[in-house]
Design a protein around this ligand. Structure first.
Ligand code: PEP
Ligand code: MN
Length: 352
């Protein structure tokens, strides 16, 4: 049985060292996870419930949780209430629904600005755009790299929208942190543990996409890697898993949304674009995900999908995206949630 020793916010380094020493004396392994608010020391090994009382007596200890799941900091056992993130004034999680939208890849500055403005007017709150693209072929467009990141920063600032972009390499974490507001961990990198540890050492929100062959437990263990380094600003994204048949690119696992929410306090998004691979399927999947209780969706939008450098067939046209936003607004209300709305150039306020 494993335990989580949660220290009081006022605990000193000496208190923490005392807990670590005691755990070592008991013959158990410890791991210290320090976030901006709290320090949590986990104890792993053969320990019985009687140790809970002992550890609870130590100086600086708030309480001790006995945990049964492999993920701890990601679990509802550790944190019962839904986690709500504040990302530059945009509230994510809880009763709020947010739509992240933008092109698959940042192609040029002007196009990013146009798409950003269009999706923002339709009600999207976070701008997406890839600068480093994980492509199946080494000969395909790989993204604009650093130049793309700079455009993302400029456009995000001009529109007052937080931005998300994929980081593929631990060596790029500093650069991406400088230019974007949210790290996207792509499906192919969900189990790149060094990358997860590296973003876990920053204080920027991390959006982890499910690997197409990963179980829900494996996905939550990836979140645990980030949390264990002290970064508690984590979001999860279901983006379709590998099943069979070629009619859609992947199969959106809708049941993952309520399942993850039952087990974890972290906000769960869905990506209907990569799951579908075809723009006509995107609205149905997006609505189904919101109806299933998702914290939001991430949708690819492009003004000229036939000319897109990446993922054109699944990109929604701006006009249909606006129509989808109206439907999302309505569905969110049916399930007791509401879209977080930010009016351009105003400070963030929720509206019905
Ligand atoms: C993307 O968001 O453009 C992307 C590559 O997604 P995924 O990692 O889910 O395939
Ligand atoms: Mn894409």
């Amino acid at each position: 049985m494993d335990m989580l020793v949660i220290l009081k916010p006022t605990a000193t380094d000496g208190d923490r060292d005392g807990v670590v020493r005691r755990i070592a004396d008991l013959g158990l392994a410890s791991h210290v996870s320090k976030s901006e608010y709290r320090t949590v020391v986990s104890a792993t090994g053969p320990c019985g419930p009687e140790l809970k009382d002992q550890l609870e007596q130590l100086a600086g200890v708030d309480n001790v949780l006995v945990v049964s799941l492999p993920y701890r900091l990601a679990s509802r056992e550790f944190h019962e209430a839904a986690t709500i993130l504040d990302i530059r004034g945009v509230r994510v999680g809880g009763a709020h629904v947010n739509v992240i939208a933008g092109p698959c890849a940042i192609e040029d500055r002007e196009m990013l600005h146009d798409v950003g403005l269009t999706v923002q007017r339709a009600g999207a709150t976070i701008l997406r755009g890839g600068a480093f693209k994980p492509r199946t072929s080494p000969y395909s467009f790989q993204g604009r790299g650093l130049e793309g990141l700079k455009w993302l920063r400029e456009v995000g600032d001009e529109l007052g929208m937080p931005t998300i972009t994929e980081v593929m390499d631990p060596r790029d974490v500093d650069a991406v942190a400088q230019y974007a507001d949210i790290f996207q961990i792509g499906a192919r990198n969900m189990q790149n543990f060094n990358l997860l540890l590296e973003v876990g050492r920053t204080d920027k929100p991390v959006f982890i996409k499910r690997g197409p062959a990963a179980s829900i437990t494996e996905l939550l263990m990836s979140a645990e890697y980030v949390l264990s380094e002290g970064n508690h600003r984590v979001m999860i994204c279901e983006r379709g898993i590998r099943t069979f048949g070629a009619e859609s690119r992947y199969t959106l696992d809708l049941s993952a949304i309520p399942l993850i929410q039952e087990r974890s306090h972290l906000p769960v998004f869905a990506d209907p674009s990569h799951a579908a691979g075809k723009r006509d399927l995107v609205p149905s999947l997006a609505l189904a995900a919101v109806a299933a209780g998702a914290a939001g969706v991430i949708v690819e939008v492009h003004p000229r999908p036939d000319r897109a450098l990446c993922d054109g067939p699944q990109a929604m046209l701006p006009r249909s995206f606006s129509a989808l936003m109206d439907q999302i607004r309505a569905i969110a209300q049916v399930v007791g949630r509401r879209l977080w709305e930010v009016r351009p150039t105003e400070t963030a306020t929720p509206t019905g």
